[in-house]
Design a protein around this ligand. Sequence first.
Ligand code: ATP
Ligand code: MG
Length: 368
Amino acid sequence: MQTSNEAVLTFDNVAKSFGGVHAVAGLSFSAVAGETLAILGPSGCGKTTTLRLIAGFEEPDIGTIAIGRESMIGKRPYERNVGLLFQHYALFPHMSVRENVAYGLKYRKWPKAEISSRVDEMLRLVQLEDFGGRRPQQLSGGQQQRVALARVLATKPKLVLLDEPLSALDAKLREELGAELKRILTEVGSTTIVVTHDQDEAMSLADRIIVMNRGGIDQQGSPSEIYSRPATRFVATFIGRSNWIGGTLKLNHSGGFANVVMESGTVLTTGNPGLGDEVAVKVGIRPERIAIVGTQEDDRMSGANQFPAMVVNAISMGAENHYHVICSAGTLMVVEPGGRGMSFSRGDRVKIGFRAEDCVLFPSRDAA
Ligand SMILES: Nc1ncnc2c1ncn2[C@@H]1O[C@H](COP(=O)(O)OP(=O)(O)OP(=O)(O)O)[C@@H](O)[C@H]1O
Ligand SMILES: [Mg+2]
């Protein structure tokens, strides 16, 4: 990532409704030069609307949008210098690959020779040098998407907007093209906003992620911050897997830790979440943060929360082994790296443990 602190895009309290639907509700964020910013959220949370507002296909009801230092309010889409790759690729079927990539350059009346060398450069960038003469229908889905990307990047837009760029592809191709897309965006050094409902896509492409929920922002941060320190229960459930354990918080002012007493009477030690005493809470713990050892007497385990447990389900997923265990904290999912066979089987008596600092706490009333 090559970033400076210069804001290329600024949203200030932007809202947009359609009839009674608040598609975007008071959004404020900015994107800095050279970064790839992912807007991640479930279907209908307002991602495409956000992109359409940036591109000028919608105008905000309230709030301001600036590109660089210039307000975009009232500016037509063609006055904005943004490149938008739509949710479903839309190449012109009657044009060759070269003509598709050249389209925006012709529209901008670039000289012929410059168009030709820019198209060559773009086809090299997306590794389709030998495909210039083909029609879109003679290409695979992944190749079509690379042509669409070349077409967007050709005009050197100030901002590149990608709406679910990999969603039309199957899982394996999605992974390959995702890595390719990351390489291309890094090489070009463009400022990019990528919209997706797929957490893996956001994690792998983005320098920074904005998690959207019902038209607003729940959290912004680096992929690892969002994963390890989710700001809301929604973020913690939407991104990655978590075990949730219900209980009542008992504040303990020594050492920054707190206790959570579960219905069973079992006590968990957790970080202090800054909530009031006696609040009903849900404790979240990632399955890969739970350690599992083979005997209940094993004392190698570190961490405050240790429980005898029984394996009730053991599944090999190839790269990971998944276990379900029953303990006094409830039924928990535990994930360990796979590839070397299973360490435990159904019926095994084991011990599990996790650290207080790996627990996240939210009030029970918060929506997941
Ligand atoms: N032109 C429109 N007229 C009426 N409602 C709209 C319009 N565009 C969007 N909406 C509504 O606004 C909300 C946000 O839509 P948007 O397309 O931004 O969601 P999204 O996050 O892109 O979802 P997806 O992941 O399914 O693409 C939805 O409830 C949608 O039905
Ligand atoms: Mg959308």
